[in-house]
Design a protein around this ligand. Structure first.
Ligand SMILES: [Ca+2]
Ligand SMILES: [Ca+2]
Length: 354
């Protein structure tokens, strides 16, 4: 149908570029280069449990199990799983079991993303994935886990999470750890670790990469609002992210609908710049900086909004706080906004101060 319509008139430069983009997308079966995120490499050699195992442990090489009390849990690779022919099973009852899969270095311009699929088949215990942060001397100094999965989740559920560390945190590396506790019988499969290039000194701490979700649900970092009578829903979308595995999808039907990221403390005299990528399937969308006089994202004083786009291809938008910061502003947020009957996508938000 697209080709038929083009025959009705001479093909100008625009039509040719359109035709070329169809050929590029259609004939070679790959997305257009302009939309193609850098390919992600899985840093785990045997995250699907299909490869060779260490004969000494019966687990992929390098995986280390610790548990309290000792021998509370059995860890084995067995037939079955979410993909391929094999998966990991953890079963037993104790206080805690941790399986260290990989050490990942850390640096200001990179963030690690970890993900895996889990299915709890018995017990009332919970399992999660953890970033375990390390100091230069190798000591552990904090960790982050999200979305512990329990038997209430009937089917395979995915947890994916990106490291969240502040600019002054002293961590130099992290361990990717599977962690479970209580009485549990659980299958684990399709584990992945990857690194994402990010903006150094991003005050959003990489929340704007939209890589973190628990079973396809975003956490409370992301807060939605809509105009009176309007609806909005959020989900991670992994079909065409600008980077990584996921981008934010907002489906809305409202005069306006927003998703704010967590609040950042505003300091007088600094200029804050928000950049991000936006595209739509319908409606229009943009990004903006919101000004608050509290840190709960409730008392909105005003906004600085970038010009909205209706482009179906990723557009890079940017806005800063150079004009019109309302008096009394104590916090600002990076905010995704869409207008009308909209399906909009957002990725690679970063907020920096100068
Ligand atoms: Ca597998
Ligand atoms: Ca992303």
């Amino acid at each position: 149908m697209l080709f038929l319509r083009m025959r009705e008139r001479p093909a100008g430069p625009l039509a040719w570029s359109f035709l070329l983009s169809i050929i590029c997308c259609g004939l070679f079966g790959a997305p257009c280069p302009a939309d193609d995120p850098a390919p992600l490499k899985n840093l785990l050699d045997n995250g699907g449990l299909e490869g060779e195992l260490d004969p000494a442990t019966g687990l992929p090489a390098g995986w280390e199990v610790t548990q309290t009390p000792e021998k509370s849990y059995k860890v084995e690779v067995l037939e079955g799983g979410r993909s391929g022919k094999k998966c990991l099973r953890i079963s037993g009852e104790g206080k805690m079991i941790g399986i260290r899969l990989k050490h990942l270095p850390m640096s200001p311009e990179k963030r690690s993303v970890i993900s895996g699929w889990m299915k709890v088949t018995g017990g009332d215990g919970r399992i999660s994935l953890m970033h375990q942060y390390l100091l230069a001397d190798g000591q552990r100094a904090g960790s982050m886990t999200i979305g512990a999965i329990s038997k209430s989740q009937a089917d395979w559920a995915q947890t994916a999470s990106i490291e969240f560390v502040g600019p002054n945190d002293p961590f130099v590396g992290q361990n990717f750890v599977i962690r479970a506790g209580g009485k549990i019988d659980v299958l684990v499969d399709d584990l992945e670790a990857s690194t994402l290039a990010v903006t150094p000194d991003d005050l959003l701490l990489a929340a704007g990469e939209f890589e973190m979700h628990y079973n396809r649900t975003y956490t409370g970092v992301y807060k939605t609002a809509a105009s009176a009578g309007g609806m909005v829903e959020l989900s991670p979308d992994d079909k065409r992210p600008a980077n990584g595995r996921c981008c934010l999808r907002m489906k809305a039907n409202a005069e306006w609908a927003t998703t704010t990221l967590w609040p950042v403390k505003y300091e007088d005299g600094k200029v804050y710049t928000l950049t991000g990528k936006v595209r739509v399937n319908s409606g229009r969308a943009s990004l903006r900086i919101d000004y608050y006089k509290d840190e709960n994202r409730t008392d909105l004083l005003g906004s600085s909004t970038a010009k909205a786009t209706d482009s179906k291809d990723w557009q890079t938008l940017s806005v800063d706080t150079r004009d019109n910061v309302p008096a009394g502003t104590t916090h600002i947020t990076a905010t995704a906004i869409c207008y009308g009957d909209a399906e909009a996508f957002f990725d690679q938000f970063a907020l920096v101060a100068k």
